[in-house]
Design a protein around this ligand. Structure first.
Ligand code: ATP
Ligand code: MG
Ligand code: MG
Length: 763
């Protein structure tokens, strides 16, 4: 038996609404072991772990296999270690028939991982009659668990919070600091600290490990490093960091003492011993060079820059006084990190006995402890819709945090860049004390790899489901892909926004029961699913003629003419009409007024600054250029349709696709492009595991399969040359659609053709 993969799904996931460990195992020869052999394994396990019979494995589910035994044993070992969990599941995994997916709930990550490994080891040894040692690893597990154990008061607070529907998040496993609730409605709880964030701040600031964890959670840069409790680990961390490091106490209560700068193993051992006098844990950090900046804690400063970073750091730590020290690069002040936090001495003798209910009353019950969350998923249009919703919410006066493929934005400032559509990014937004409302682009990959960072969202949006990423992460069919995306609407407490024009979304609508209101959106007033829904008194956002209307059982009202929504390019980009309808539906579901929705849609612009490479329009020597990030068949179809509506001339495409898609998908992308564009230049971008040029070749074949002749389907290796070739194929009045991930390539291609346009695009 072998463990092939192990994952911690930290939040709501495809199997449960709480954290689970997911193990992919290969049963190998045990797949075909006769039931009598398995029964004897179970009997011997019962002798070894008697509680297994009493608690979990009685009665064994019919047809159980070694995977089931491992799942139950993982659960039981966690219970015995004092970190009980109550759910486990086993299923066949895609691939060879000996693969099993074992899922088991957990409280503490490290305990779950150890329990799972121990369970696999034991079952394997018993089944093969191998010698094994149970006592030693089990003792280790129990000892490991003790360091994470929570006290009875904390347990009572967590249980009461759970009963009231208040989400509780332990910030780090080494410490009992909890975030109860989300965003600006959160409160912190710690069994040994004052229960008031400003009083707690100075205590937190003394604890280097906790301070680092909180800053890191907020995407505030900190020096590379780690916290350890023994010299071996200290040496390992220090060697990884390189030449000179700082060694300091990692626990609370050290103040400024015990910090030393050192290099080499000998100096490190001395520094470790010195820091160790202040507490159990020792933090080692890379010594950061550069200029220094000190900002006062609590001074509130919006926008970007060093002062704003200090303000964000002090807000995150809950510090109203003191100072934040930054190191930064004078050549690039954007690259700053927090190297020290100075806080006033914590108030001692503060009463910390709390009345659980009284405390939770202050934390707010259920919804009052949560900020509204709008989660957006789908194959195409997530980023655009997320930005549109966030823009409207901010315009309506909400302090908005949003995460998308572009990055994380808190109150209008970018705090992290690039793909931020998964667990850690969402956690950064949901834990930010200055955020009143969260809008979260939630991608397939993140759901599968880490689970969601929220157990519940106010509004869940699924825009569409089409083929992209099939064959990855065990998702092979559109139905399976739809089940992944469905998690977003299944978690919605307020409204589920679904596309009535997409059969997979309609199937989801049938499955979501109780709780959330279904709000459909549709480009087609005659859509049967939509009409049924309206007939039953439901609400929907519909394109009706040239207007966006809100329809319900009783009638309809016009929100806005689509020509007044800039990103629809005068109503010609139908995909952005669909995205605008979805955004409006989500805002409506979250309780925004019509006027707020209209103001948002009317002023959202998808240009190179605000939404780079999403329907960005330029004019070059009488031609129209659309620069876009399309990379699957549905997106190409949508773009070609929009481009066609903009001209009576030719529509020329410069297209590509990442190579990690299946042959069928690339071929279909090609066929759609072959049908949609009059002239086509195909280039290779990210080969991702394929031989260079192969992805482009399959797209070209697909394009040719849709056309009578090979005319005007060209392949050019380099994207800049591909663009230049396409410009050569264009005449004034034509539309050129450039699909790719690089604005720079467009600028470079244009320089010899139209330097003025190149400069304008480069900004
Ligand atoms: P990714 O999965 O790469 O993060 P995304 O879902 O966030 O993509 P966007 O970045 O908003 O999507 O849009 C990418 C491109 O997909 C658009 O520029 C457009 O070409 C196309 N697109 C956007 N919305 C739709 C839609 N509703 N239907 C079809 N295609 C769309
Ligand atoms: Mg995608
Ligand atoms: Mg995106």
């Amino acid at each position: 038996m072998k463990i092939l993969r192990q994952r911690l799904l930290r939040g709501a996931n495809l199997y449960a609404r709480f954290p689970c460990i997911l193990g992919l195992i290969d049963l190998e020869d045990l797949e075909l072991a006769p039931p009598s052999d398995l029964l004897s394994v179970v009997e011997r396990l019962h002798a070894l772990v008697p509680t297994l019979r009493e608690r979990c494995l009685a009665p064994l589910p019919p047809g159980f296999d070694a995977g089931t035994v491992i799942a139950h044993l993982t659960l039981e070992l966690q219970c015995l270690a004092g970190a009980p969990a109550e759910f486990c599941d086993t299923s066949l995994a895609e691939g060879p028939s000996s693969l099993r997916r074992v899922v088991c709930a957990y409280q503490i990550e490290h305990i779950a991982q150890s329990a799972f490994s121990l369970a696999v080891y034991l079952v394997d040894a018993l089944a093969h009659g191998l010698p094994f040692d149970y006592a030693t690893p089990f003792d280790q597990l129990v000892r490991q668990s003790e360091s994470y154990r929570i006290d009875p008061l904390t347990a009572a607070v967590l249980a009461a919070a759970h009963k009231r529907g208040i989400p509780a998040n332990r910030i780090t496993e080494h410490d009992a600091l909890y975030q109860l609730g989300t965003g600006s409605r959160q409160r912190r709880y710690h069994p040994r600290l004052p229960n008031d964030t400003p009083l707690m701040g100075p205590w937190i600031a003394q604890d280097r490990q906790l301070t680092r964890a909180l800053l890191d959670e907020a995407c505030i840069p900190i020096p590379q490093g780690g916290t350890v409790d023994n010299l071996d680990d200290a040496l390992r961390v220090a060697r990884r960091l390189g030449e000179r490091v700082l060694v300091m106490p990692g626990d609370a209560g050290a103040g400024d003492g015990g910090i030393s700068e050192c290099s080499g193993d000998r100096e490190l051992a001395q520094a470790f011993a010195a820091a160790r006098q202040f507490g159990r844990r020792v933090t080692i950090e890379r010594l950061v060079a550069g200029a220094r900046y000190v900002g006062e804690a609590g001074a509130s400063s919006a926008g970007d820059g060093l002062a704003a970073l200090c303000a964000r750091a002090s807000a995150k730590l809950g510090l109203e006084q003191g100072a934040i020290e930054l190191a930064y690069d004078e050549a690039d002040p954007g690259a700053a990190s927090v190297i020290a936090v100075k806080a006033p001495p914590p108030l001692r003798g503060h009463a910390r006995d709390i009345e659980v209910d009284e405390f939770l009353d202050m934390a707010g019950a259920g919804d009052a402890a949560r900020i509204p969350v709008i989660a957006v998923t789908g194959t195409n249009g997530k980023t655009t819709t997320t930005l549109m919703i966030a823009h409207a919410a901010a315009l309506a006066g909400r302090r908005t945090g949003h995460a998308s493929t572009h990055g994380i934005f808190i109150g209008g400032s970018m705090v992290a860049e690039d793909d931020c559509t998964g667990y850690w990014s969402h956690r950064a937004v949901l834990s930010a004390p200055e955020v009143d409302m969260a809008v979260l682009e939630t991608a397939r990959g993140g759901i599968l790899k880490r689970g969601l960072a929220y157990d519940q969202c106010t509004v869940g949006v699924v825009l569409n489901v089409s083929d992209d990423h099939l064959g990855m992460e065990g998702v092979d069919t559109l139905e399976q892909l739809a089940r992944v995306k469905e998690l977003i609407v299944a978690c919605a407490s307020g409204a589920a926004v679904l596309n009535a024009d997409d059969e997979h979304c309609v199937a989801m609508a049938r499955r979501i029961g109780h709780g959330a209101e279904l709000i459909y959106f549709s480009l087609d007033p005659a859509n049967p699913a939509l009409r049924d829904h309206l007939g039953g008194g439901g609400r929907a956002l519909v394109l009706d003629g040239a207007s966006m209307v809100v329809a319900d059982g009783a009638g309809k009202r016009i929100l806005i003419g689509v020509a007044d929504i800039p990103c629809t390019l005068g109503g010609r980009a139908r995909y952005n009409i669909a995205n605008s309808l979805a955004a409006a539906a989500a805002l409506l579901g979250a309780g925004f007024h019509d006027a707020e929705i209209v103001a948002g849609l009317a002023s959202f612009v998808s240009d190179i600054q605000s939404n780079p490479l999403r329907t960005n329009l330029f004019h070059v020597r009488g031609m129209t250029v659309i620069a876009d990030y399309a990379h699957n068949a549905a997106a190409y179809a949508a773009l070609a349709e929009a481009a066609r509506a903009m001209t009576r001339g030719a529509v020329v495409g410069v297209v590509t696709s990442p190579g990690d898609r299946r042959d069928e998908e690339l071929h279909r992308t090609g066929r759609i492009c072959g049908m949609g564009f009059d002239k086509l230049v195909v280039y290779e971008s990210a080969s991702r595991g394929r031989v260079y040029g192969q992805a482009a070749a399959i797209i070209r074949q697909g394009a040719l399969s849709a056309r009578a002749s090979a005319d005007a389907v060209e392949g050019v290796d380099d994207r800049v040359l591909a663009l230049r070739r396409a410009f050569a194929l264009c005449s004034p009045g034509d539309v050129l659609v450039y699909c790719g991930t690089s604005v720079g390539a467009l600028v470079e291609a244009l320089e010899p053709i139209d330097p003025q346009a190149a400069r304008a695009i480069a900004g």
